[in-house]
Design a protein around this ligand. Structure first.
Ligand code: F6P
Length: 492
């Protein structure tokens, strides 16, 4: 007797599963929760629900068998070496990522990458269709899976589909550069609801529908009439008319979970130890980023170097810890960035450090949550200076950990987070002089001003935490314009 595969009422689909494979001390394979922002965000809303997560297990080869982890059904999708190269490193992170981040580095266009992106998106869509219960809610995440909404709809018209973009959505002038722009928009319009980080991102999307594809938009909805291809796997083209809502619904962090972690005696003791091991500096500056050219690490280092040169600050009394976690290391722009950042750190340390007292502590590593919480608690000034960032959860994590109302946040106006966190010390990272002033203002601000600001920031993040974000998202998805997909007729 064959046993039917289990199905679920809520299916989350993201490029990555929320776990990484690790080999324990006895040489056994186990799975460990991965440290990424999305994982942290969704984990807290999936636990205790009848939910599945579809995603790539992070290594090349056939998909491992489905398994359960902390109450969630995990359904792996396999990717070959070539697919990782063309779908993940190529189209997702060397074509879409630069276009969606203001072309800070040029985008690369390859037709073969696009073709693999379609094939892989269809594989994800099929995996979702296989585990979705009748009438299920499907929540698709991010730019790697923009064709999945229409592909799932083509296979399973009974389900409700939402998509959330964790990164910015670009202005129509940049989006138009993509040779596959129409297919990407039509892929998204298979959803019932499209969520974005900022109002400007939702507007960019709606403007793209109107200006580039001549669709009718009304308020925050767009009506799409046309032929949906729906297939990399031959589902068949058909005519359709659908109304889709697109609006801003900014993501957040697990405020209370992070605060509780920061309050543990172990984390508090570790924060004290970190400061001590840095020589008990008067001012500890901290940067925590994936090593990505969007994060403005170079601009931050330049400002720091100039402040040292101007003698506005001096090491080791003022010290910078820069955590730069390894990311997308096979993509050329990321390799180049690493070389540049490490040369700059070397130059600053060569000029401004004494033996045993580096001016910059550079850590090209990833750390577990408790170590990050200790670092946040230890830092006097947190530097979040991206050139473009969908949200930047590090800013919100820092605030969540500062239950003591200590610390100050320097925040770029180009981070999505800035639209909610106006009490931060705001900067334009392109303006090095302005950035230096803002860093100094944060360092020198009277304690009561810093406390007042931190209190306001904490109120915002506590009221708008990730649990609230997820329930608001699912509510918006449930209420999205209930105009049924009208498959008027199937085309041959
Ligand atoms: O911000 C977008 C995002 O895809 C996150 O969801 C993820 O945590 C981060 O970038 C790193 O992505 P990658 O899977 O490429 O390591």
């Amino acid at each position: 007797m064959t046993v039917a595969a289990p199905t679920f009422d809520l299916v989350v689909v993201a490029n990555r599963l929320p776990v990484d494979r690790v080999v324990d001390t006895d040489g056994n394979n186990t799975w460990q929760r991965s440290p990424g922002g999305l994982v942290t965000a969704l984990e807290s809303v999936m636990r205790g629900r009848d939910a599945a997560w579809v995603g790539w297990a992070g290594e090349p080869g056939p998909a491992p068998a489905p398994f359960r982890e902390e109450g969630i059904h995990l359904q792996p999708v396999g990717l070959s070496h070539l697919e990782i190269e063309e779908y993940y490193e190529g189209f997702s992170n060397d074509t879409l990522w630069p276009i969606y981040h203001d072309v800070i580095v040029p985008a690369t266009f390859h037709r073969a990458w696009w073709s693999t992106y379609r094939v892989v998106n269809h594989r994800f869509a099929q995996a979702v269709a296989d585990v979705a219960a009748p009438g299920a809610t499907i929540w698709v995440h991010d730019y790697q899976l923009q064709l999945v909404p229409a592909m799932v709809r083509a296979i399973r018209p009974d389900v409700r589909i939402g998509w959330f973009n964790h990164i910015p959505f670009p202005p129509v002038e940049l989006f138009s550069q993509l040779p596959w722009r129409r297919a990407l928009v039509e892929g998204l319009l298979g959803a019932d609801y499209l969520g974005f980080q900022r109002v400007a991102d939702a507007e960019n999307f709606l403007r793209t529908c109107r200006r580039m594809l001549h669709m009718t938009t009304r308020g925050d909805t767009v009506t799409f009439r046309g032929v949906v291809d729906g297939s990399a796997g031959g589902e068949g083209a058909r005519e359709t008319e659908r109304t889709v809502r697109a609006s801003a619904i900014p993501i957040s962090v697990d405020f209370h979970g992070l605060e509780a972690l920061a309050r543990t005696p172990e984390v508090i003791a570790r924060a004290v130890e970190i400061r001590k091991s840095l020589g008990s500096p008067e001012t500890l500056l901290l940067g925590v980023d994936r090593l990505d050219y969007t994060k403005g690490i170079g601009h931050r280092l330049k400002a720091y170097e100039e402040l040292l040169r101007d003698k506005a600050i001096a090491a080791p009394g003022t010290t910078l810890v820069q955590v730069a976690s390894p990311s997308r290391e096979r993509v050329e722009a990321y390799r180049h960035l690493r070389t540049e950042v490490e040369a700059t750190v070397g130059r600053i340390n060569g000029e401004f450090s004494a033996i045993g007292e580096p001016a910059v502590h550079y850590l090209h590593q990833s750390y577990p949550r408790d170590e990050m919480a200790a670092l946040f608690l230890a830092a006097d000034v947190m530097l979040v200076t991206p050139l473009r960032d969908g949200m930047n959860l590090v800013a919100k994590e820092y605030i969540s950990c500062r239950y003591d109302l200590g610390g100050a946040l320097v925040l770029s106006e180009f981070a999505g987070a800035w639209h909610e966190l106006h009490q931060a010390y705001v900067c334009n990272p392109h303006d090095i002089e302005g950035l230096k002033h803002t860093i100094m203002a944060a360092i020198q601000a009277p304690a009561d001003q810093r406390r007042r600001r931190m209190k306001a920031l904490r109120r915002r993040v506590s009221d708008h935490d990730v649990q609230r974000w997820a329930s608001r998202y699912l509510e918006a998805l449930a209420l999205a314009p209930d105009k049924p997909d009208r498959p008027d007729r199937h085309l041959r």
